[in-house]
Design a protein around this ligand. Sequence first.
Ligand code: 5GP
Length: 189
Amino acid sequence: MKELKERILSDGRCLPGGILKVDNFINHQMDPVLMKRMAQELVVRLGGCGANKILTVEASGIAPAIMVGYLMELPVVFAKKRVPSTMEGTLTAEVFSFTKNRTYTICVSADYLHKGDRVLFVDDFLANGNAALGVLELVEKSGAEIVGMGFLIEKSFQKGGEVLRRRGVKVESLARIASLDDCKITFNE
Ligand code: 5GP
């Protein structure tokens, strides 16, 4: 998506270790106009998957997910990163965080994810795919089905995209970054 790639080039910053900082329009300050356009593009690409529910992971996935859910008029569920003591019938999975270098538990109440659900997963970044694989595990445990995954930014020099596509998941990413070497942002296409 041209507009996103231009914004990444103008406002994105590379951090050591292959991290792209997009704090001024996605991850801290948010640009709702761009967020809406990105959601519209995800709907063009994934709206035909037959989803009845959008799933994301808190916190940074919530903004794009709610926009997609709004446009598709579908409920949006976010997996929590801490298991609340008040939650009953919880589905959980362990996820290793690439940016924080630690493992955490994601959870969703079985009330909001169950057999018969056709789930579209939306998130800000796809890197090594750990969050997405954790979500796949949650969805499998619930008896629901993943019908597609949409990301704003995929770092294709990390293995997540390949792993998910090899597993047969329909994956769409609006900007695919081929390299962040020497702090230079290069796109795949
Ligand atoms: P994965 O689980 O695919 O390895 O990483 C995806 C998650 O880690 C995303 O939800 C995102 O929050 C975070 N992440 C991974 N790489 C980056 C990055 O380069 N920049 C930012 N801002 N977040 C990232």
